[in-house]
Design a protein around this ligand. Structure first.
Ligand SMILES: NC(=O)C1=CN([C@@H]2O[C@H](COP(=O)(O)OP(=O)(O)OC[C@H]3O[C@@H](n4cnc5c(N)ncnc54)[C@H](OP(=O)(O)O)[C@@H]3O)[C@@H](O)[C@H]2O)C=CC1
Ligand SMILES: CCCCC/C=C\CC(=O)/C=C/C=C/C=C/[C@@H](O)CCCC(=O)O
Length: 330
């Protein structure tokens, strides 16, 4: 019999999550039935959505939700999945789990041995797909345009900026430290600045693109978005991807009041969830994998060692300690 370690939500988060809000438990797994298999997590993902979704979807005592991923099959009574295959699963913060195969995504057969499998959680996974569909389908970015992205050095933002460059755009990114800004310039952003140290966000955005922005890929929301919206060009498009500056608020922030710039500049603003393009996952993964292999799409991962450190990795990511995708290696 296999015993799995799992992390449960001990207490609903109030404000910023704390390690004491989580509890690690051991769970004995049942024997496999025909069609089932035992999976062992190799890498797990910590993502911003876990914070707002925990409030919406979970009760205290539940296993933490997770786009938890890249698990190795150690035993299989399901002929569709060979022992040793790697899959992307969505089974929460668990070291081991039993699955009948439903909802699992095999890594593409063209995945080279040399490429980290953890990229299936980041640049070539859900965050990369968010950038891909958000930019091409929501922003409807065109060559020659100027694209603004915030949380730019993170999992989604770093892909947004590079895809916009691949698509022939000028890209402006902002992030929360000077080393992140240096990274953005290294991977090809035309302009980048540290939003925490500029004396005026409005001036920094104007200096980076005096003519304004055609596309704004918003990962942050709140005050940043309410300032940036005023610097959109006429007919500009805003993809509302995330609002991480608001996820830990106990009291909702006031505003932004978007009506004036939206009316005067005839802007389009659209919220979206990546899973709306689940039927095009294969297309997105194939495109992202190709760009990575061609060296056009660079990646960085912030790897935290050991399953025991899942809460610390999650909290660290919310605080901005990650460069690129925050991953936990079991
Ligand atoms: N709509 C969808 O389908 C999806 C939406 N998302 C959203 O995209 C956004 C980015 O996700 P992801 O790339 O995975 O995460 P990141 O890898 O970007 O990590 C989160 C980053 O957010 C930044 N951040 C944290 N707090 C604040 C704040 N108060 N103000 C500004 N920046 C802050 C930090 O970077 P810094 O140091 O720069 O502050 C931190 O590193 C999130 O809002 C997430 O919810 C993600 C996936 C799918
Ligand atoms: C309840 C308030 C919500 C506010 C907005 C919060 C977050 C936006 C966001 O970050 C959404 C992320 C969605 C991710 C979905 C992932 C799953 O479909 C699992 C995907 C697994 C995979 O295919 O790799």
């Amino acid at each position: 019999m296999v015993t799995a370690k799992v992390w449960v939500l001990k207490k609903h988060f109030e404000g910023f999550p704390k390690t004491s809000d989580f509890e690690m438990k051991e769970v004995a797994l049942a024997n496999l039935k025909d069609g089932e298999m035992l999976l062992e997590s190799v890498f797990l993902s910590v993502d911003p959505y876990m914070r707002p979704y925990s409030k919406r979807d979970m009760k205290e005592g539940d296993v933490m939700i997770g786009t938890q991923i890249a698990s190795r099959i150690v035993e299989s009574k399901n002929p569709a999945f060979a022992v040793g295959a790697f899959v992307v699963a969505n089974s929460g913060w668990r070291t081991h789990f039993i699955s009948d195969g439903r909802g699992l995504n095999l890594l593409p057969s063209s995945w080279p041995e040399s490429l980290p499998k953890s990229l299936a959680l980041g640049t070539i996974g859900m965050p990369g797909l968010t950038a891909y569909f958000g930019l091409f389908e929501v922003c409807k970015m065109k060559p020659g345009e100027t694209v603004l992205v915030n949380a730019a050095a993170g999992a989604v933002g770093s892909v947004v900026g590079q895809l916009a460059k691949i698509g022939g755009c000028k890209v402006v990114g902002c992030a929360g430290s000077d080393s992140k800004v240096a990274y953005l310039k290294k991977i090809g952003f035309d302009e980048a600045f540290n939003y925490k140290t500029v004396s005026s966000l409005d001036e920094a955005l104007r200096k980076a693109s005096p003519d304004g922005y055609d596309c704004f890929f918003d990962n942050v929301g709140g005050e940043f978005a309410s300032i940036a919206i005023n610097q959109m060009k006429k007919y500009g498009r805003i993809a509302v991807c995330g609002a991480i500056s608001q996820y830990n608020d106990s009291v909702p922030q006031k505003g932004p009041y978007v009506q004036f710039p939206m009316i005067f500049k005839e802007l389009s603003m659209k919220g979206f969830i990546v899973s709306s393009w689940s039927n095009r996952r294969e297309e997105g993964v194939k495109a992202l994998l190709k760009w990575v292999l061609e060296g056009k799409l660079k990646y960085h991962e912030q790897v935290t060692e050991r399953f025991e450190n899942m809460p610390a990795a999650f909290i660290g990511m919310l605080k901005g300690e990650n460069l690129g995708k925050a991953i936990v290696k079991v």
